[in-house]
Design a binder for this molecule. Structure first.
Ligand SMILES: [Zn+2]
Length: 433
């Protein structure tokens, strides 16, 4: 791995600060160690490394708050199917084959795509999370990672999964880049006892919680039938919903549930691309969440149901979904959507040091190429970033002060090797059908 410079100066870019006043100006950003030392129109202090950002957009790294990284290996493995067929005939048989090596191959592919498309932090739940954490740390990205807890009604399985989750927590707690998270998979895949124990683990170690909630209508009916309450109420009774919680999807929640989530200070992870591709029908009521003062962030979900981890695409889909559905182009402006992918994500992860470019904050920064045809002219940089930019327009990605990609050259991952390994691994799955 090449030595990272101790200090880096980004010169002459259009800086989209995402600070309290949402200031945008042409200037420089000085990074020392893992912190942003200074932001200004012209910084003259010397730095070990200089990045010329003339004509480019400099913004906080995007935060993806709902992923399953290794599923990138199943990108395009099953499309255009009902959710049940997709799970029964494609995803579950494939996942049954997963081992450490496959997980590493899928995770590296996901990490490569995230670095390439400007995501600097992600909130992940899956299995073999130790391997995911190791690969993430090596790649230099910021991971909020959880060994998923799923029991499907079996007390034995619950015990095993909770123990595994706790040992993951003990191993990674205190790591600079990896923050362990407690993730019961969902109200329909965990018993109430397991949900209660998950909440206790989160309390014991003071960790974030991350779970699926009301993704599909059938999930809502199922939970209601089995436990006499809709998922939000059920999760709340089990102690899962609080200020440290991220609820993925929430496509089928009522106005009363919006209030419950917002009042509790929990975050809704909106995953518009995955929801639309799987045709879940419902979508998270974001305008109502905003009215209730609730926090919202954006997620891609796994690449098996998206089929990318491109947060730029997710921002655009998010904006268009609400404009179209509510017959109101003013309902979700570009600035608000960019807020969800930066500040909203930082708030969800309870990391006020992330999500904006300000002195003293942690240096998670990306640079978008302003010389791409689709990004010219730039009357409103934020409009360009939300409505016109693609992940592929990102040219430089910095996480925790370290340059992970510069001018599209990867510094921590071997691009060729990761792709080759992913192609080879995919051969295993091509044989199952
Ligand atoms: Zn998910």
């Amino acid at each position: 791995m090449p030595k990272t410079p101790e200090s880096t100066i980004i010169k002459d870019g259009t800086i989209i600060t995402q600070d309290a006043n949402r200031r945008i100006f042409r200037g420089d950003v000085l990074i020392i160690g893992n912190k942003i030392e200074a932001v200004g129109e012209s910084i003259s202090e010397p730095a070990e490394h200089k990045i010329d950002a003339k004509g480019d957009f400099v913004l906080p790294g995007l935060i993806n708050i709902h992923t399953h990284a290794p599923m990138s290996i199943l990108r395009g493995y099953g499309d255009d199917m009902t959710l049940e067929t997709w799970l029964n005939n494609r995803i579950w048989p494939a996942e049954a084959k997963f081992n450490s090596e496959i997980i590493r191959a899928g995770t590296d592919l996901a990490l490569l795509e995230m670095i390439a498309s400007g995501t600097t932090a992600f909130n992940d739940m899956y299995f073999f999370e130790d391997e995911i954490a190791e690969q993430t740390e090596k790649a230099g990205l910021r991971g909020f990672l959880a060994e998923a807890i799923i029991d499907l009604g079996s007390a034995e399985k619950a015990k095993e999964k909770l123990a595994k989750c706790e040992s993951f927590v003990k191993k990674w707690k205190g790591n600079e880049l990896i923050e362990p998270v407690i993730s019961p998979h969902g109200a329909y895949t965990c018993t109430p006892e397991t949900l209660v124990k998950s909440a206790e683990l989160s309390e014991k170690y003071r960790l974030l919680l991350h779970t699926h909630c009301s993704e599909t209508r059938s999930e809502v009916y199922d939970v209601q039938k089995r436990f006499g309450a809709r998922p939000v109420e059920h999760l709340e009774k089990c102690g899962i919903i609080g200020p440290k919680t991220t609820l993925a999807h929430c496509g089928w929640i009522t106005k009363a549930e919006v209030k419950t989530i917002s009042k509790a200070g929990a975050t809704l992870a909106h995953c518009p691309v995955s929801n639309m591709k799987l045709a879940t029908g419902g979508y998270a009521p974001l305008p109502e969440m905003f009215d209730a003062g609730g926090n919202v962030g954006l997620g891609t979900d796994g690449a098996a149901s998206n089929n990318t981890l491109d947060m730029f695409e997710t921002m655009k889909f998010c904006a268009l979904l609400f404009k179209h559905h509510r017959w109101d182009p003013t309902i979700l402006p570009a600035q608000k959507v960019l807020d969800l992918a930066t500040i909203g994500g930082a708030k969800a992860m309870r990391r006020p040091d992330l999500g904006s470019i300000e002195p003293g904050k942690t240096a998670d920064i990306i640079i978008v190429d302003g010389k791409r045809p689709n990004l010219v002219p730039a009357y409103h940089p934020v409009s360009n970033l939300v409505y016109a930019a693609k992940g592929a327009d990102v040219k430089t990605t910095i996480c925790n002060g370290k340059i992970l990609m510069e001018n599209r050259e990867f510094k921590t991952l071997n691009f060729e090797k990761v792709l080759e390994k992913a192609r080879k691994t995919a051969e295993i799955f091509a044989k199952i059908s």
